[in-house]
Design a protein around this ligand. Structure first.
Ligand SMILES: [Zn+2]
Length: 536
């Protein structure tokens, strides 16, 4: 019997025993009384109480009067599945950062997030088993699952050079994907805009994606291009799923740069056409008109060939530096620079924290240099040379955000990670993504029903990676639950002041344990490492 059938059988047993009236019902651990229940499916809520025993949801219905160790009156509140963030930077390269620096994950818990899926954008620590061991030894408040990164594997096997992999290297990369999938990864991520992922031809990615697919995994991609060539990139992402024989996902789908604004009608049409011919394509998105990543996103691909040392050598060469500068000017104008240096805001410069929160125009003025695309390009080269920085890039149109959000293949994911008060000025998506969709886009703007928004944050991403016991409030499912006031929930994190927790989340349970109770963090860290092998 496979795991899903076993799960269904257990659920049935539990359901039957709960309905037997001749037997006194066993006391519950936790009872939530009087709330509106959102199952996680794309459907309106029902009034129902929810009973939790150990780490499972064991009773749903009219349960008032059932004895429980902890009974909470949740009248006027929504009881819904804890959110599954399918694009999370919770684990960073630095082991003292992210989930290891802030294991309480308060920025996520206060949005109702209970599971993060790491290893996005082609980047994951290798081997993935090291991360699993570290989190098993020192658990966090949220559950952790991961993809394995194509870029990380390519870096390990091929290095940082712009060249095709040899047959031997391709086989070594296949073996790396196989090992990660056997170890518990949920699929292969790629970052084909970043070095060294960008140095891979489509065929290489198809070959590696096929291996992930053999284990029931998905392919999830930060595409090669999100600006002028976004349509080609969507086609490539679809092709990799189609020829690789596995589900494929466009992650943090957006249209970057004014020349392409409005083109989400075309990208979504490509997705619809692929779905119609049987390709399993999906999308995730964060609800903002700015992106965030390294400053080198504005650098041309040729300048990144060979890694950082090679880039620095190019910056030292006056002829190449000149060529680089004109390519960066082009990207400021047409792509992620949004045609204005003020649209690029420093999030974190480890070599100079005083720049955090300033945009390129601010910095040029402070340095008494004229504000121009040319000078901004010079400044970018200087900052990258000095150690590189991350930044926020305002170059996305609101209409595209809404159109993508409404599409039935789209789920919500943060592309953020775990943050706490610090010297950084990170993108507000870390603190606000889920609350912003529920409060701003669904309730205040009517872009989609709140129950649909909840679906896109819970059951939809959970089902995408076959995690059929989470992302739902159902008998037999794991008790990852958020209790939220949907009338007041809202993000409070802004681009200027990002370190602000979301408002409106009242209680959060992870694996049946209270992590947030009456708006207070309990300090519990019941998060588990989730392995794909448990869902095959
Ligand atoms: Zn990305």
């Amino acid at each position: 019997m496979n795991k899903i059938m076993l799960f269904a059988a257990v659920a049935l047993l539990v359901a039957c025993s709960a309905e037997r009236e001749d037997m006194p019902a066993a006391p519950l651990d936790i009872l939530l009384v009087g709330g509106m229940l959102y199952s996680g499916a794309d459907e309106p809520p029902l009034a129902a109480d929810v009973g939790i025993m150990d780490d499972r949801i064991v009773a749903i219905g009219e349960l008032e009067g059932r004895s429980a160790a902890l009974t909470l009156d949740v009248s006027g509140l929504a009881v819904l599945p804890g959110f599954v963030d399918i694009h999370s930077h919770a684990v960073r390269d630095e082991l003292n950062d992210g989930i290891f620096r802030w294991p309480d994950a308060e920025n996520l818990i206060r949005q109702g997030v209970t599971t993060v899926v790491g290893g996005p954008d082609g980047s994951s620590p290798l081997p993935v088993t090291d991360t699993f061991a570290a989190l098993a030894a020192d658990p966090a408040a949220v559950n952790f699952a991961t993809f394995v990164g194509h870029g990380s594997i390519r870096s390990l096997v091929v290095g940082e050079d712009d060249r095709p992999a040899s047959d031997v290297e391709l086989e070594q990369m296949r073996e790396q994907v196989r090992f990660a999938m056997e170890s518990g990864a949920f699929g292969l991520s790629s970052g084909l805009i970043y070095a060294p992922g960008r140095f891979a031809e489509t065929d290489e990615v198809i070959e590696l994606a096929r291996v992930a697919g053999e284990f029931g995994g998905i392919y999830i991609s930060h595409m090669r291009e999100e600006g002028l060539a976004v349509l080609d990139s969507v086609a490539e992402t679809i092709r990799i799923g189609e020829e690789g024989g596995l589900p494929t996902q466009i992650t943090h789908h957006k249209i970057v740069g004014a020349p392409m604004w409005g083109q989400s009608t075309e990208t979504l049409r490509l997705v619809d056409e692929a779905v119609a011919r049987g390709v399993d394509v999906s999308i995730d998105q964060y609800p903002y008109t700015a992106s965030s990543t390294s400053l080198t996103i504005l650098f041309p691909g040729w300048s990144l060939d060979g890694g950082r040392a090679a880039l620095l050598a190019r910056l030292d060469d006056s002829e190449q530096r000149q060529r680089l500068k004109s390519d960066i000017v082009y990207n400021i104008e047409m792509d992620r620079g949004g045609d204005d240096p003020a649209n690029v805001v420093i999030a974190n410069c480890p070599h100079d924290n005083t720049l955090n929160g300033l945009n390129l125009s601010d910095i040029l003025r402070l340095q008494e240099r004229g504000v121009s695309h040319q000078n901004a390009a010079e400044l970018l080269m200087e900052l990258v040379y000095a150690g590189n920085c991350s930044a926020v890039f305002h170059a996305i149109d609101e209409d595209d955000v809404r159109r993508i959000m409404q599409h039935d293949r789209t789920m919500i994911a943060s592309d953020g990670g775990i943050e706490g008060p610090s010297e950084r000025v990170p993108h507000p998506r870390n603190y606000g993504t889920f609350a912003r969709v529920l409060g701003h886009y669904a309730r205040d703007e009517g872009v989609l029903p709140q129950y649909t928004a909840i679906h896109k944050m819970s059951m939809k991403p959970a089902d995408r990676i076959n995690m059929h016991d989470r992302g739902r409030v159902a008998i037999g499912a794991v008790a990852d639950i958020a209790v939220i006031d949907l009338n007041t929930v809202i993000d409070r994190s802004t681009f200027e002041a990002p370190h602000r927790y979301a408002h409106g989340v009242q209680h959060v349970f992870v694996n049946g344990q209270p992590v947030l109770l009456d708006g207070e963090m309990t300090g519990a860290r019941p998060g588990r490492v989730l392995l794909s092998g448990d869902y095959r």
